[in-house]
Design a binder for this molecule. Structure first.
Ligand code: NAP
Length: 287
């Protein structure tokens, strides 16, 4: 029921109509009987400051921020936590009695999903594919866990070099960078324990695309794909066929949302409820 006491949370982005966040958060609010609702707003780049001002004016409790605002929104917040500052992007805002605080829950969400799926970066060699926004958050969190070796492989090698340098400086771990070529994948995957695809390759509608030749996947490797639409990407399907342990992108999506949910409500998020509505919605989209 919506009343005068109902608290509002939202997501802003452009485009925004495909976001699963309202479904996921409203299912969780309803399940726990919390007086919260969550809506999506399409916010154009030139309206970003006004949208954040609106959060203050309407006393909106929580906001998720997605493409293309994750970096620029930082200019308009009162406090930015250290992790988000180091990653250079915010995906969650908490309105703490008029003080807007920015966080990034993507990396922690990915780490939780990896661990839940049976992986642990500590002491392992990790190969990250991609050097975009999601790769930044994921590689920062993986590097903090103390892998034995980490390499970032990207089509635009300059971005991989910049990201690897940035993480090396911040974490004090020697992170390497390479250009995306089959030979480099072969060299690096030969002795890697964990592979994480942080590129958008394999995402709907290009579901038959993968960056990794199937023959390079070994059965003792953990393969995670942060693409969640489709839930089983070609990379994951082929990894399964090769006998690898696989982890899909729904886990990261749900955990990054669950961490935000807990910041806004102070209540433990019903992760299984959130996952169920997301998977159902993704299945419906594929019909
Ligand atoms: P982004 O900043 O635009 O980065 C895209 C990355 O993909 C870049 O590294 C880009 O390489 C690479 N790429 C794109 N097309 C490619 C191609 N044809 N061949 C090789 N590399 C290619 O995007 P993002 O925000 O990081 O998101 C990446 C993916 O993660 C998206 O599919 C998104 O839906 C997903 N994601 C999932 C979650 C989750 O919770 N599961 C959270 C965030 C994002 P270049 O640098 O060379 O262009």
């Amino acid at each position: 029921m919506i009343s005068a006491e109902t608290r509002l949370c939202c997501v802003i982005g452009d485009p925004i109509k495909h976001t699963l966040s309202p479904l996921m958060h409203n299912a969780a609010f309803e399940y726990l009987g919390l007086e919260f609702i969550y809506v999506a707003f399409r916010v154009k780049a030139d309206m970003l400051k006004k949208a954040v001002d609106g959060m203050r004016a309407f006393n909106i409790k929580g906001m998720n921020v997605t493409i293309p605002h994750k970096v620029r929104v930082m200019e308009y917040l009162d406090v930015i936590d250290e992790v988000s500052r180091e990653i250079g992007a915010v995906n969650t805002i908490v309105n703490d009695d008029g003080v807007l605080k920015g966080f990034n829950t993507d990396g922690e969400g990915a780490l939780k999903a990896l661990k839940e799926g049976g992986g642990d970066p500590k002491g392992e060699k990790i190969v990250i594919l991609g050097a975009g926004g999601a790769a930044r958050a994921v590689s920062y969190f993986m590097a903090r866990e103390g892998p034995s070796d980490m390499v970032i492989i990207n089509r635009t090698v300059e971005k991989a070099v910049r990201l690897a340098r940035c993480i090396s400086e911040k974490i004090g771990l020697e992170v390497r960078a390479k250009r995306l070529t089959v030979q480099n994948l072969k060299d690096e995957l030969e002795d890697a324990e964990i592979l994480i695809n942080c590129t958008s390759v394999g995402m709907t509608p290009n579901i038959n695309k993968t960056l990794v030749p199937k023959g390079l996947l070994r059965s003792d490797m953990i393969v995670m794909d942060i693409v969640y639409n489709p839930v089983e990407t070609r990379l994951l399907r082929e990894a399964k066929e090769r006998g690898c342990l696989t982890i899909d992108g729904v886990g990261m999506l749900v955990y990054q949302g669950a961490i935000a949910f807990e910041m806004w409500t102070g209540v433990r998020a019903p992760v299984d409820v959130m996952r169920e509505v997301v998977v159902k919605a993704l299945r419906r989209r594929r019909l």
